[in-house]
Design a protein around this ligand. Structure first.
Ligand SMILES: [Zn+2]
Length: 137
């Protein structure tokens, strides 16, 4: 028996974000069925721990069990694993750091899963609403 999911979402455990991020990602990328891995810092462990990352181990499992087509990586504003927004000089610096990590994680995943579409995004908080930033402009 095999089952297939359209996508896998990798995001942070943060209660302010994960549920809204999951809903926004599903509608934004037209995803019906989706696995989710939540881990403090989102992709941070992939960048810090590389091939030994527990997040990467769980991604391998999702890919094996549900042969997902897309892997969606979403970090977020004011992430405690990054020291919160206060750890950065300004909002732009925070965004830079997250997109650098998202790009690095994407490269690592692309090497291991060259056939998968890998999407990176950043969840920002604007007046209490979660807003997904697709690309760093
Ligand atoms: Zn977080």
């Amino acid at each position: 028996m095999s089952s297939h999911a359209d996508a896998l979402l990798v995001t942070c455990i943060d209660f302010r974000f994960w549920e809204k991020v999951s809903n926004v990602v599903k509608s934004l990328y037209k995803i019906q069925t989706m696995d989710i891995i939540s881990f403090p810092g989102g992709v941070k462990s992939i960048v810090d721990d590389g091939v030994h990352s527990p997040v990467l181990e769980n991604i391998r499992l999702s890919v094996t069990l549900h042969s997902v087509d897309k892997i969606v990586l979403v970090n977020h504003r004011d992430c405690g694993a990054y020291g919160g927004s206060g750890a950065f000089a300004d909002r732009e610096g925070e965004l830079d750091t997250h997109f650098n990590d998202l790009e690095a994680a994407k490269d690592i995943l692309h090497r291991e899963f060259p056939e998968k579409e890998i999407i990176i995004s950043f969840a920002d908080m604007k007046s209490g609403m979660v807003d997904i930033v697709k690309e760093h402009q």
